[in-house]
Design a protein around this ligand. Structure first.
Ligand SMILES: Cc1cc2nc3c(=O)[nH]c(=O)nc-3n(C[C@H](O)[C@H](O)[C@H](O)COP(=O)(O)OP(=O)(O)OC[C@H]3O[C@@H](n4cnc5c(N)ncnc54)[C@H](O)[C@@H]3O)c2cc1C
Ligand code: FES
Length: 270
């Protein structure tokens, strides 16, 4: 079954599943069809199956796609991700994908700043690979509550010119939220475009910093997603162009169009 944009259901087999940070796992699926067609920032809707019966699928960004495989980073937060953490090689699940609108890279971009808080690192793997392939000079600002929860740091360090790190408790890099790194990075690097993913209060702050600096900013927003394909309206995002569906119009949006909910900086945690 395919939709007009090429999304389809594909049975996927677990190749490996391991812990990569505190409460964070990386599962690799054999998924040749989806891996060949997915673009940076898009996501899949995963039917988690392992002795459990979940009515709703769970949306996950694709961290990397290569050699017919999909790599997904997941944080154990509830029933579904707990079951996912117990998956072993050979388990078969299925995905609907590729879904949503991903990151866009302006053709004339030469410098980019990528900002990720916590699991906001998940949709950035394919993005930095794409930016590196286009020879865009990338500075990565990576934040997390503590050193043990920094995600995919090695990949970002290998592909980006500079990787800046901040942790809330100061156990690695600068002490504080990742948003303490961005004003200086914007000033020093003068990026053509900024990409952001992480807790929404953090995204709102970086979007405001970018607006002040006059730099284009894209954000990837997380919403509850029941259908994942635009039918149920469970994922709406308020924008200056009206209500949009994060599953088909996003999850990546131009930050300047988002009607942000006001919130305090104290909520910003990775
Ligand atoms: C576009 C998109 C990409 C995402 N990418 C990732 C990723 O790469 N890695 C990752 O760890 N998480 C990602 N998430 C969040 C992930 O979907 C939820 O953490 C997951 O669905 C929780 O399932 P659960 O059964 O463990 O939790 P539950 O026990 O069902 O709920 C725990 C929490 O997860 C949230 N949640 C539950 N179901 C959904 C849902 N269908 N959509 C959004 N939130 C939900 C609830 O609000 C609740 O606070 C993404 C979400 C979206 C919308
Ligand atoms: S999840 Fe159903 S419309 Fe977006």
């Amino acid at each position: 079954m395919c939709d007009e944009r090429g999304a389809a259901i594909e049975p996927v087999a677990v190749v490996s599943n391991e812990r990569v940070a505190d409460d964070v796992g990386r599962v690799v699926f054999d998924a040749p069809r989806t891996a060949a067609s997915i673009a940076p920032g898009q996501f899949v809707h995963l039917r988690i199956a392992r002795g459990a019966d979940f009515i709703l699928r769970r949306p996950f960004s694709v961290h990397r796609a290569y050699d017919g495989r999909l790599e997904i980073l997941y944080q154990v937060v509830g029933r579904g991700t707990k079951v996912l953490a117990e998956a072993i090689p050979g388990d078969v699940m299925d995905v609907i994908g590729p879904l949503g609108a991903g990151w866009s890279v302006p053709g004339d971009a030469t410098r980019a700043l990528v900002v990720a808080g916590g699991l906001g690192a998940a949709p950035m793997g394919m993005l930095v690979e794409e930016l590196a392939a286009r020879e865009v000079d990338v500075t990565f600002a990576l934040g997390a509550p503590s050193a043990g929860r920094l995600v995919a740091r090695q990949l970002f360090e290998s592909l980006c010119r500079r990787t800046l790190v901040a942790t809330d408790d100061g156990s690695a890099g600068t002490c504080g939220f990742v948003t303490v790194l961005t004003p200086e990075a914007l000033e020093r690097e003068r990026p053509d475009v900024v990409y952001v993913c992480g807790p929404e209060p953090m995204q709102r702050i970086v979007a405001a910093q970018c607006a002040e600096a006059g730099v284009a900013c894209q954000v990837s927003l997380e919403r509850l997603m029941a259908c994942g394909v635009g039918a149920c309206l469970s994922c709406v995002v308020a924008t200056s162009d009206g209500l949009k569906r994060a599953c088909v119009d996003g999850p990546v949006f131009d930050a300047a169009t988002i009607a942000w909910e006001p919130s305090g900086d104290a909520e910003v945690a990775g």
